[in-house]
Design a protein around this ligand. Structure first.
Ligand code: PLP
Length: 375
């Protein structure tokens, strides 16, 4: 059976070059980076070279990068630190953030009785910047704004320059969950100041279970994990040396080919929209085309189907359910529930997300599979 992987916002296949260089590093480097002998120093050198290389891509200092086991941990660390160490009393966020942010804020709200203010989002997933300004104006105590760079379900992009300027105006801290942006967009933190960002290597063809948090210089870090002085005391535990090395290699590749890959992937997205619209008259984009990430396409259909992702899976197609009222283990999409009116939430919705490994032939295959399912 043909296999098509259109679920790259969930995770990406590892780049073959990253696999080769990781295997080599595993064969050649066995030391613990905390050991002072030559084996340890070699491992430490891999970790620190990776840190420098990652920092360079973001135009920050390497001392501002803290390695973690992915973006969920990095988001938790940043939000926990904001409240428990930086004296944040109010967090402003939106209803369409990833659960790694929303559930973390909910826990902080329950434990420390901070204020949580919710900024309005329109039907396309755009933040209401006027409302954000009003919330910042009315917020009490030290305030943190937490808004994601690109929505992982519908792709809507945040105007980070605007939010950064507003945070500066009101002396608020700015955290952005940049998971769907790092490796996909050039992010220069000197041009667009953001106090805290996060990344996850498996979203840009690196290994799973490794990521990082960026903390702007000057902020102390209260760890979530205790028991060692790794990461300058910010995160105990022996570093995931080879995965960190692979993450840096994957980011190098992503930024080396950024424009070419972006054009190819955006071409696929546009082609898929054209093919879907000419085949299914009433197909609708969830969110927006203008102002959305070039690799994420969430759509809903008028045609009836309760089990669309499963039916596609049976035809070898991997994509993600985006339906707000999907039955089964998932409670449905909190993003679609926020942006869509009730009657639209009932329609079968699917998120396709592409990478530079995908082709137009795969788009044709998926469209013909949908045609057969809706027949
Ligand atoms: N934030 C966003 C926007 C994501 O898309 C994801 C992963 O799906 C995460 C956070 C969590 O990342 P990780 O899998 O590295 O914990």
């Amino acid at each position: 059976m043909k296999k098509v992987y259109f679920d790259n916002a969930a995770t990406t296949p590892m780049h073959p070059e990253v696999i080769v260089s990781m295997v080599k590093s595993m064969q050649e480097t066995c030391g613990n980076p905390s050991s002072t002998h030559a084996f340890g120093r070699a491992a430490k050198s891999l970790v620190e070279t990776a840190r420098k290389s990652i920092a360079k891509h973001l135009n920050v200092s390497s001392s501002e990068i803290i390695f973690t086991a992915g973006a969920s941990e990095a988001n938790n660390l940043i939000l926990h630190n904001a409240v428990c160490n930086l004296n944040v009393k109010t967090i402003i966020t939106s209803r369409i953030e990833h659960h790694a942010v929303l559930h973390s804020i909910e826990k902080l709200y329950k434990t420390y009785q901070i204020d949580v203010l919710i900024v309005d989002v329109d039907t396309k997933g755009f933040i209401d910047y006027k409302h954000l300004e009003t919330l910042l104006h009315n917020a009490s105590g030290k305030t943190l704004v937490s808004l994601m760079y690109a929505n992982n379900e519908i792709g809507t992009l945040l105007d980070c320059d605007k939010v950064s300027a507003l945070c500066e105006k009101f002396d608020a801290l700015f955290h952005s969950d940049t998971v769907q942006g790092i490796g996909h967009y050039a992010i220069d933190l000197q041009k667009t100041p953001i106090d805290f960002i996060v990344a996850s290597a498996h979203k840009f063809h690196g290994p799973k279970g490794v990521g990082f948090a960026y903390f702007k210089k000057g902020f102390g870090i209260e760890p979530l994990i205790f028991g060692g002085s790794q990461e300058k005391g910010a995160r105990a535990g022996t570093e995931n040396v080879h995965a960190i090395f692979g993450m840096a290699a994957a980011l190098d590749l992503a930024y080396a080919h950024l424009e070419k890959d972006k054009q190819h992937v955006f071409g696929l997205k546009k082609y898929m929209i054209d093919q879907l619209q000419s085949t299914f008259e009433s197909v609708k984009i969830n969110g927006t085309f203008e102002g959305a990430s070039y690799n994420i396409l969430s759509v809903r259909f008028n045609e009836k189907s309760d089990l669309l992702p499963f039916q596609l899976d049976l035809k070898g197609i991997a994509c993600s359910s985006g339906s707000a009222c999907q039955s089964g283990s998932s409670a449905g999409s909190h993003v679609l529930q926020t942006i869509l009116p009730l009657q639209e939430q009932e329609k079968p919705a699917i998120r396709f997300s592409f990478s530079h490994f995908n082709t137009k032939e795969e788009v044709d295959y998926v469209v013909s599979a949908l045609k057969a399912i809706f027949k």
